[in-house]
Design a protein around this ligand. Structure first.
Ligand SMILES: *[C@@H]1O[C@H](CO)[C@@H](O)[C@H](O)[C@H]1NC(C)=O
Length: 283
């Protein structure tokens, strides 16, 4: 009897774990994913990720990124935790960039998705905290300047606000067709700090770059779209849709956009970004 009861629990446990697997989507095949398996307190798989160590000196941000499991760790529950910490008067945090790159293919739809939640600290203690799931054009790794390399922000939030931002940056700085430094973005209201699926879809099935689209979704609700003819510059559009891209997961602290932490701002797990999986699909 006990034995039978034990066996009957196994499928339930299996279901709970597979919630963090990249889901199947009809009409798509899964091309690449990291589901962040492993015991708690380990760095993520460094065959998949470059773990930054140092201060990038961008956007007047405060944090120093550390290649430390204190700042980027597998949770032991098939998730990645990116954790900012206030260490004395300075901040450390985590940033990982995929070694994997992909290029959305002509004639196909390509999806990039992650399941993300935010640490449970009260929103009033998150001034200056800036989590992000985004993509950069791989050409930046061989000297192409930003934003000509192309940047697609699938999800950013600032200051704990329950507003998700999806944005492209492209072309020249300042100004240009992406209106830098603002970029071209859309927003969505986030129901709570808990798990949501954040996705962009490139649709290159139309056979004409002007009618190709990039579309942003929270779970399955669309909240932003750009079309080739809105950008109206084939070279720039190509930097966002037809060149190799890599994933970035990070939590920045302070900087031009969010402003700086205040006396109430807390670091630690309650301020983290937690990621269930990152996946790329193709039709
Ligand atoms: C979004 O999807 C996740 C599962 O991937 C689910 O846990 C969550 O409740 C959904 N959010 C809403 C607002 O329905």
């Amino acid at each position: 009897m006990h034995f039978a009861a034990y066996l009957s629990l196994l499928p339930l446990l299996g279901t709970a774990v597979s919630a963090w697997d990249a889901p199947s989507y009809s009409g798509y095949r899964l091309v690449w994913a990291d589901t962040f398996a492993g015991p708690s307190g380990q760095l993520p798989n460094e065959n998949n990720w470059n773990i930054l160590d140092g201060n990038l000196g961008v956007n007047n941000e405060l944090q120093t990124y550390r290649r430390s499991a204190r700042n980027v760790q597998t949770s032991g529950g098939n998730t990645l935790q990116v954790v900012p910490w206030k260490d004395g008067s300075s901040w450390t945090s985590g940033r990982v960039e995929s070694k994997y790159t992909f290029t959305p293919q002509p004639g196909r739809r390509t999806m990039a998705e992650a399941q993300i939640r935010f640490g449970g600290n009260d929103i009033g203690t998150k001034q200056g905290i800036w989590p992000a799931f985004w993509l950069l054009g791989d050409s930046i790794r061989s000297g192409t300047p930003w934003p000509a390399c192309g940047e697609l922000d699938i999800l950013e939030t600032v200051n704990g606000q329950l507003t998700g931002y999806g944005t492209i940056h492209c072309g020249v700085y300042p100004g240009g067709v992406c209106n830098e430094p603002t970029g071209r973005g859309g927003t969505v209201s986030i129901p709570n700090q808990d798990w949501q699926r954040w996705r962009i879809v490139w649709d290159r099935t139309t056979g004409d770059w002007r009618s190709e689209t990039i579309t942003w979704f929270m779970n399955d609700s669309q909240f932003h779209q750009v079309r080739g003819d809105q950008i109206n510059d084939q070279t720039v559009w190509t930097s966002l849709t037809a060149k190799p891209l890599f994933f970035i997961l990070n939590v920045a602290v302070g900087g031009n956009w969010p402003g700086y932490p205040n006396d109430r701002t807390l670091g630690g797990y309650g301020a983290m970004m937690e990621v269930g999986y990152v996946a790329q699909y193709s039709s």
